[in-house]
Design a protein around this ligand. Structure first.
Ligand SMILES: Cc1ncc(COP(=O)(O)O)c(C=O)c1O
Length: 388
């Protein structure tokens, strides 16, 4: 009897990150660098704001696009960080950044549509496109010699009559690439020329090592009514990965449809969680600066240790908190990550899961304590020394 379950859904499987991590989640000896988070508990002032809100009775349903105090705090944040006065109808807080990614795909992707994914990419975007019945089309960044970069001609060659949208994530998970403003302008012009939507995942917007306040954003390039979706969140800047809250900036006329989509996806972000988010926006700069300093030190450590290994090619990450080294001669990234886990007790994500052409790569998150990072690099290099 044929299954009533959609084949697209029945065939869903774990990403390479979960495939390996679920084998050793409870092993205390493993130094886990496979997920995108640090070992820092959310700062006290954020926890206290959420707990005071909960004690004060903020336990009810809230407006699907986020409560007014949080949306006002977001408007002030955009003024401060980007010098922009956004139309309040453009900002929504439907749940985590992940939820905004899914809602954006629900807005754009019809069955059979192609979505160009600037790769290497975070694997969940591919899954969202597939769940909507769309087809992901990888366009890989140029790797080196000094940095990752976007070759627009490659994007142009990937566009077909079925292309609906382009997804780009900058600063990038997993490469640490930061799109320059010129690259952004050119990509936006291309979208305009071909009538494509643009999904800009800017969840690492503050995780920047150059000293800039934030990475270049499509917020300052796109017009308010263009089909450009800017997705953002609290997870990566304020150590709030478990809180499941983020925001999106969308075309003005979609305010109501996005409220409806938020309603059926999450109903709303939890009310008391939204008060923690306000505290992060209003009081979070000192924490953020100390976190960026830690990540910069760790980035340099990884670059100087792992990056100097004779088997390794590593481009220096400009933002986010990942390194994406290429290991010379490797053809099976999952087998290598599995070997490193067994022999060195270091948890890494296999490159293949970040799109085509990454079988020789591994991803590691460098946001944990520097001493643990140093230990992980020592153990990892010892395994690489033994490779044939
Ligand atoms: C590129 C990218 N987008 C979105 C997310 C999801 O963020 P959130 O935890 O806020 O849902 C992640 C998390 O790793 C990510 O790396």
């Amino acid at each position: 009897m044929p299954s009533v379950i959609r084949p697209d859904i029945e065939s869903l499987g774990f990403s390479g990150i979960n495939k390996i991590a679920t084998t050793a989640l409870e092993d205390p000896e493993v130094i886990p660098l496979w997920f995108g988070e640090s070992d820092i508990v959310t700062p006290d002032f954020i926890r206290q704001a959420a707990s005071a809100a909960m004690d004060g009775g903020k336990t009810f349903y809230s407006y699907a696009r986020g409560q007014l105090p949080l949306r006002e705090a977001l408007l002030a944040y955009h003024r401060r960080v980007y010098g922009l006065s956004l139309d309040p109808d453009r900002i929504s807080v439907p749940g985590a950044t992940m939820t905004s990614v899914m809602i954006t795909c629900q807005c754009l992707v019809r069955p059979g549509d192609e979505v160009i994914l600037v790769s290497p990419y975070w694997p969940n975007i591919r899954t969202c496109v597939q769940i909507m019945g769309g087809h992901p089309v990888d366009v890989r960044l140029e790797e080196g010699p000094e940095r990752w970069s976007l070759d627009l001609d490659r994007v142009v060659r990937a566009i077909t009559p079925r292309t609906r949208a382009i997804y780009v994530n900058t600063p990038s998970n997993p490469t640490g690439w930061i799109m320059s403003e010129e690259e952004g302008r050119a990509l936006l012009d291309l979208c305009r020329k071909h009538g494509l939507g643009l999904i800009s995942d800017e969840v690492y917007h503050r995780n920047v090592f150059s000293g800039a306040v934030a990475a270049p954003s499509f917020l300052t390039l796109a017009e308010p009514d263009e089909p450009v979706f800017i997705l953002n969140g609290f997870s990566k800047a304020w150590a709030m990965t478990g809180w499941r809250i983020g925001w999106m900036v969308a075309p003005r006329h979609l305010a109501e449809p996005i409220a409806v989509l938020a309603e059926v996806n999450t109903t709303s972000a939890p009310a008391f969680v939204q008060y923690g988010a306000i505290a992060a926006l209003e009081q979070g700069e000192p924490f953020l600066q100390s976190f960026i300093d830690r990540c910069r030190i760790n980035r340099d450590l990884v670059f100087q240790t792992l990056g100097a290994h004779p088997r390794v090619e590593l481009l220096r990450p400009e933002g986010a908190f990942y390194a994406f080294p290429r290991i010379e001669g490797v053809t099976d990234s999952l087998a290598l990550a599995t070997r490193i886990l067994a022999e060195a007790k270091v948890g890494l994500a296999p490159g293949y899961t970040f799109g085509e052409g990454n079988q020789a790569h591994l991803r590691l998150c460098f946001a944990i304590r520097t001493e643990r990072m140093a230990m992980a690099m020592e153990r990892l290099c010892a395994v690489l020394d033994q490779l044939d």
